[in-house]
Design a protein around this ligand. Structure first.
Ligand SMILES: C[S@@+](CC[C@H](N)C(=O)[O-])C[C@H]1O[C@@H](n2cnc3c(N)ncnc32)[C@H](O)[C@@H]1O
Length: 364
C-alpha cells in the first residue's frame, strides 16, 4: 500500500481504498434497502401500516391486538421499521408512531402517493432469479404468465396510484379533443389492461362512455372482472382475453396502452391493429416509463428501478413473444415514435409527463 495515498496495487491497477470503502458503503446501503423491502411488503400485506395510520403512538401489544398478529413478530417488525426510519419510537411510552406523511405513502392503496405495491412486485422479481439465469444463458424469453401471481397483483398495485393521480385530471385532458368525446359518450379500448384499474378509473369519470379492457393473460382479466363487479361498473366495462394484435371491435375513439407496449414482441403490429380499429379521428394513448434511451440518464432511483424491472420482466416478456423486437422498457420516445409512424400513426406528441411516466398521443 502507498502510505501517502492509501492506494493499493492489484491486477486491476491501482485501487483507491477510500473510493473502495465509499462504494462498499453504497452497496451495503442497497443491501439494507433490499432486506428491508421484505418488511415493507409484510407491513403492507398484513395491514400493519394501515392499522397504524392516524392512530398516534401505539405499543407493539396494541398493534398486535388490532391486526390479530403475534406480538413478538410485530415487535420485531417495528424494530426494523424504526431502523429504517419509517416508524418513530418514543422510548418513554415504549410506543411507535407512523407519521401521517409516511402513512400517505404506505397505508392507503387508493392514495396517489401510495408506493408499497412496489414491494409486492419485488417478491415476484426476486423469485425469477433461477429462471433468468437460464434465460441469460440460452437467450430464451420468460413469458408474463410464467411469473408468480405476486407480479400481476404487484404491478396493479404499483401503477394504480400514478393513474389515480394523473390519468383523469391530467392525461386525458392533454389528449386533444378526447375528453369532450368521453364526456359525450365514446368507445374506449384499454389494451394490456392487467387488473383493469386504468379502465375502471376512466369508466368512473366518464359514465356516458363504454370501456373494453383486453389482455392476453387470463388470470389478470378475471381479476379485472372482479374489480369491475366490486365497483358496480360491470354493465358498461367489459374485460376480455385478447392479444394486442387481435382484440375485437371497431371505431374506438380512444385506444390506450398503459405500460405494456414495450412488453410486446411485436409492438408494431399492435399499433397497426389499433390504427385499423380507431375511428376516423380517434387517438391512441401510449403510456411508457419515464426513462431514457441514454443509459447514463437513468442513474437515479426511478431510472434504476425501472431499468432493473426491464431485466427481470419487460425484456424477457417481449422475447417470449417471438416477435421482431425486444425493446426493454427504456428504448425511448424516438424508437416508439418510429414504430407508431410505421404503423400509420403519423401524428405524435408528448401529451403529459410525471416522474414515473411519459404519455404519448398518437393518431393518423
Ligand atoms: C406491466 S403490465 C401493465 C398492466 C396494466 N396496463 C397496468 O398498467 O397496470 C403489462 C401487461 O401487458 C400484457 N401484455 C403483454 N403483451 C401482451 C400482448 N401481446 N397482448 C395483450 N396483452 C399483453 C400483460 O399480460 C400485462 O398485463
Amino acid at each position: 500500500m502507498d502510505e501517502k495515498t492509501g492506494s493499493t496495487g492489484s491486477a486491476m491497477g491501482t485501487v483507491d481504498q477510500d473510493k473502495v470503502m465509499e462504494f462498499l458503503m453504497r452497496v451495503v446501503t442497497d443491501g439494507g434497502a433490499a432486506a428491508a423491502g421484505l418488511c415493507t411488503s409484510l407491513g403492507d400485506r398484513l395491514g400493519l401500516y394501515t392499522a397504524m395510520a392516524g392512530s398516534g403512538t401505539m405499543t407493539s401489544a396494541q398493534l398486535a391486538e388490532r391486526t390479530g398478529l403475534h406480538e413478538r413478530y410485530v415487535r420485531e417488525w417495528l424494530a426494523a421499521q424504526v431502523a429504517g426510519e419509517y416508524v418513530m419510537y418514543d422510548a418513554d411510552a415504549d410506543g411507535y408512531l407512523l407519521p401521517d406523511e409516511h402513512a400517505a405513502v404506505l397505508a392507503d392503496p387508493t392514495a396517489p402517493t401510495y408506493a408499497a405495491g412496489f414491494f409486492t412486485m419485488m417478491q415476484a422479481l426476486y423469485g425469477t432469479e433461477d429462471v433468468l439465469m437460464e434465460a441469460f444463458r440460452t437467450g430464451s424469453g420468460v413469458g408474463w404468465e410464467e411469473h408468480s401471481s405476486a407480479l400481476f397483483a404487484g404491478t396493479a398495485k404499483f401503477f394504480r396510484p400514478g393513474y389515480t393521480g394523473a390519468l383523469v385530471p391530467e392525461w386525458i385532458p392533454a389528449m386533444n379533443g378526447t375528453e369532450a368525446k368521453l364526456r359525450a359518450g365514446a368507445e374506449v379500448a384499454d389494451i394490456g389492461c392487467g387488473y383493469g384499474w386504468s379502465t375502471l378509473l376512466m369508466a368512473e369519470a366518464y359514465p356516458a362512455s363504454k370501456f373494453h379492457g383486453f389482455d392476453f393473460h387470463r388470470p389478470s382479466v378475471e381479476a379485472a372482472r372482479r374489480n369491475a363487479e366490486e365497483k358496480g361498473m360491470a354493465d358498461r366495462v367489459s374485460f376480455e382475453v385478447a392479444t394486442a394484435q387481435d382484440f375485437p371491435g371497431q371505431d374506438y375513439d380512444l385506444i390506450t396502452f398503459f405500460d405494456c407496449l414495450h412488453d410486446m414482441g411485436d409492438p408494431g403490429s399492435a399499433l397497426q391493429h389499433a390504427r385499423a380499429a380507431l375511428s376516423e379521428d380517434g387517438s391512441c394513448m401510449i403510456v411508457e416509463p419515464n426513462v431514457s434511451a441514454d443509459v447514463r440518464e437513468n442513474a437515479n432511483p426511478i431510472g434504476r428501478a425501472v431499468v432493473s424491472a426491464s431485466v427481470a420482466v419487460c425484456l424477457p416478456s417481449a422475447l417470449a413473444q417471438h416477435g421482431p423486437l425486444a425493446m426493454g422498457n427504456h428504448a425511448g420516445e424516438d424508437a416508439m415514435r418510429m414504430i407508431a409512424d410505421d404503423a400509420g400513426l403519423h401524428h405524435w406528441k408528448l401529451a403529459a409527463e410525471t416522474p414515473v411516466n411519459r404519455v404519448y398521443a398518437a393518431s393518423r
